[in-house]
Design a protein around this ligand. Structure first.
Ligand code: FUL
Length: 505
């Protein structure tokens, strides 16, 4: 061989080895553009709370009424052993992130010394008129690291001005007092009920000002009502969100109460809704909203069913657990909540999707050339997984996601295990800061003969979707996104075995 050829070969080899060690710097693939309306950061944080406690407490706790008349004597409110620390520890131990208290229900009685009213704890004999439930609960929440929210009913059967323009000012001052003294408030709950006041008149509520002032004083508060603007009523009090549930809603010209969207619309959202207003599922652990000695909490199976029908369907669960006439959450309710927690842990503590041999996707926005890693990720991979690849679905990170190329609106993710796994729950999550996209998907498993079988077909995903399937044992499972409204952006796939509630849909 000539000297020059040898030199050339050596040069080329040198270049090759250098290139191997120093691959050209590649620009990371761009993230996708958001699609449609998207949540505010406060709405994202709110949705991640997943489960909050609702506490209905007030004169009705002592009279057994659901809607107090507003004429009850203040002395009727007299809890003998109020301890908000107990409420907070029950919430925490059961895995609830926030507590919302009925600071004022329709009877108008205020659980704090509201200067706008003469029907409050201050006028009661409880603690000689020095008690303040809002103060105790907001402080207990702060100590316990639980978020605090308030329900203040605009309908007031006691306020003498109710039914006149003056009442809107009284209500604004009432709100301001609560928001200024007991914050931070993570959620302001506005009931749409609009009955008659003491003078037989109904109020025309000034919702615009109620909302604007709330956000001025509590900018991070998510405002609940039939039409948001922070989150919406799910349309029923049974604990059931729509199987199809868009976090989008049209609210132009609509209001809470009788001018609200239909209950079906609230349940499913609007496909093309202009605003991001996710569903909140409020339901009581007991038959009534307020405590009554004769009533008892729902079973663990019922609570689990509610969980699947709310958190598992792109909604937040607001579970009402009413304190009793001592001012404590009754033992049977707290015990039930602990059993509920234990059931959730037994199901969701172990995610089988984390034990994969490989996780492959049909397409992802990649940095490297296709032949470098293929579309699969396995634990034996030496190349660090790229952002947007299938590994993002099982990495336990809220901020990473599998993302397809801009034009790809259908595709699949396939998980293969080393050994067959048995499961009956499939959890999927979209990365909602970029909008809600998936419109239709199905789940397939492979049998021993290599044949694929569909075990579930569903519509929306949103923040979280838990699909109940028959119990299957398989080495391969595939989630097929049949239709996404823009390129697929999925944050998580999880597979679980529920031995508590065995039946499927
Ligand atoms: C309803 C009220 O009328 C009930 O008493 C309860 O507070 C429930 C959460 O909202 O509209």
């Amino acid at each position: 061989m000539k000297k020059t050829s040898l030199l050339l070969i050596l040069c080329l080899l040198g270049i090759f080895l250098y290139a191997q060690k120093h691959p050209p710097k590649v620009k990371p693939a761009d993230p996708p553009a958001p699609y449609g309306p998207v949540p505010t950061p406060a709405q994202v944080e709110w949705q991640k709370m997943e489960m909050n406690l609702f506490c209905h407490f007030g004169p009705n706790t002592f009279t057994g009424l659901e809607w107090g008349e507003g004429t009850e004597t203040e002395d009727i409110f007299n809890p003998t052993a109020l301890d908000c620390n107990q409420w907070v520890s029950v919430a925490k131990n059961a895995g609830f992130q926030g507590i919302i208290l009925t600071a004022k229900h329709h009877d108008g009685f205020c659980l704090w010394p509201n200067p706008q009213s003469r029907h409050t704890v201050r006028q009661s004999a409880w603690r000689n008129g020095k008690g303040d439930v809002l103060k105790e609960l907001s402080e207990a929440c702060k100590r316990g690291g639980v978020k605090f929210g308030i329900y203040i009913s605009p309908w007031d059967r006691n306020a003498p001005t109710y039914g006149t323009e003056k009442y809107n000012k009284v209500f604004l001052k009432t709100l301001r007092h609560a928001h200024k003294h007991y914050g931070p408030i993570f959620e302001q709950w506005f009931d749409g009920a609009n009955g008659e006041g003491p003078n037989g008149k109904r109020q025309v509520y000034d919702w615009k000002r109620f909302n604007a002032q709330t956000l001025k004083l509590q900018p991070n508060a998510v405002i609940f009502s039939d039409v948001g603007p922070g989150c919406r009523w799910v349309g029923n009090e049974e604990g059931t969100c729509g199987r199809t549930c868009w976090s989008r809603l049209d609210i132009e010209g609509l209001e809470p109460g009788k001018n609200a969207p239909s209950q079906d619309t609230l349940n499913a959202g609007n496909y093309n809704g202009a605003c991001w207003i996710p569903a909140e599922t409020d339901v009581s652990i007991r038959p009534g909203w307020f405590w009554r000695e004769s009533e008892h909490p729902k079973s663990v199976q019922e609570l689990l069913r509610i969980y699947y029908n709310s958190v598992g369907r792109n909604s937040l669960l607001l579970l009402n657990v009413p304190p009793d006439n001592r001012g404590l959450i009754p033992a049977e309710d707290s015990l039930r909540l602990m059993e509920f927690r234990a059931a959730l842990d037994s199901i969701f503590a172990h995610d089988l999707a984390k034990d994969v041999k490989t996780i492959c996707v049909s397409n992802f926005r990649r940095i490297h050339k296709p032949d470098q890693t293929g579309n699969c990720y396995s634990w034996r991979n030496t190349v660090f997984p790229e952002p947007y690849c299938g590994f993002s679905l099982i990495d336990g990170d809220d901020n990473t996601y599998w993302c397809a190329d801009d034009t790809i609106t259908n595709g699949w993710v396939e998980i293969q295990f080393y050994e067959p796994k048995t499961f009956n729950r499939v959890m999927l999550q979209e990365y909602i800061p970029l909008g809600q996209r998936v419109e239709r998907f199905h789940v397939e498993v492979e049998d021993d003969n290599g044949n694929w079988r569909t075990i579930a077909s569903e519509t929306t995903i949103g923040y979280k979707r838990i699909v109940l399937t028959e119990t299957v044992t398989t080495k391969k499972v595939r989630i097929v996104i049949d239709k996404s409204r823009a390129c697929i952006v999925l944050n998580r796939v999880g597979l679980f075995m529920d031995n508590v509630l065995l039946e499927g849909n």
